[in-house]
Design a binder for this molecule. Sequence first.
Ligand code: IPE
Ligand code: IPE
Ligand code: MG
Length: 248
Amino acid sequence: MSLKPSINLEKLPKHIAVIMDGNGRWAKEKGKNRVFGHKSGVGSVRDVSEACAELGVEYLTLYAFSVENWNRPKLEVSALMELLVRTIGSETETLMKNQIRLKTIGSLSSLPKRAQEQLAKVIEKTKDNKRLTLCLALSYGGRNEIVEACKSIASLVKNSEINIEDITESTLNQHLYDPSIPDPELMIRTSGEYRLSNFLLWQAAYTELYFTEEYWPDFNKESLYKAILSFQQRERRFGKTSEQLKAL
Ligand code: IPE
Ligand code: IPE
Ligand code: MG
């Protein structure tokens, strides 16, 4: 039986972020190579994006490639880049059909030219889609993002455009890769690893974390419903006491 009807649509997370991990181990257990695992992970991306669009989740950020992932074997990196280009091309129609707008965060200039061009094309084509914003974190590093934001703010100070005293959390927020995307309420990591791996470090200050043993290629719509149900059972206190929240 599907878990979908148990979800309270009034209490949906507006933004879900996912660390899609375990493609390599999934493939290895099947006696296949790691790239086969990455290819199989594309199906889960499609399922989870569609499930979010159907439910009414507004933002979905997927960690697809970290800055640290450039240190993987050359062949794996080039296969991942090739897969990225091919998938974006082949999934454009699905994005349009489901009214999904594509965005990216990360150090995009490090990606191969072809990938950059393909991304720019699809971002432009889907820019007016209103149902779900799908944000791909590519060549992304949370520390990098914070350093870049600091540099932009420092140059504003240098040019006397703002005073140091006026720098607030909101100033830093405004200099992140995409300031229009709100902080994620729920972050999911698959494959039984319990770490952030440099993902959304600033934005995850009060995010609810959900870990599952499932490898990414096995993660499907029901797995997402389960994560959302877990989120809906939690009390988000933001430093207050439980009694204070109940008195509201
Ligand atoms: C996640 O799966 C995909 C990327 C990091 C690109 P992995 O490739 O990390 O799979 P494991 O963790 O080695 O199983
Ligand atoms: C994190 O997965 C990055 C992505 C899912 C894209 P990794 O598999 O690269 O993370 P670590 O290095 O094991 O922490
Ligand atoms: Mg991994």
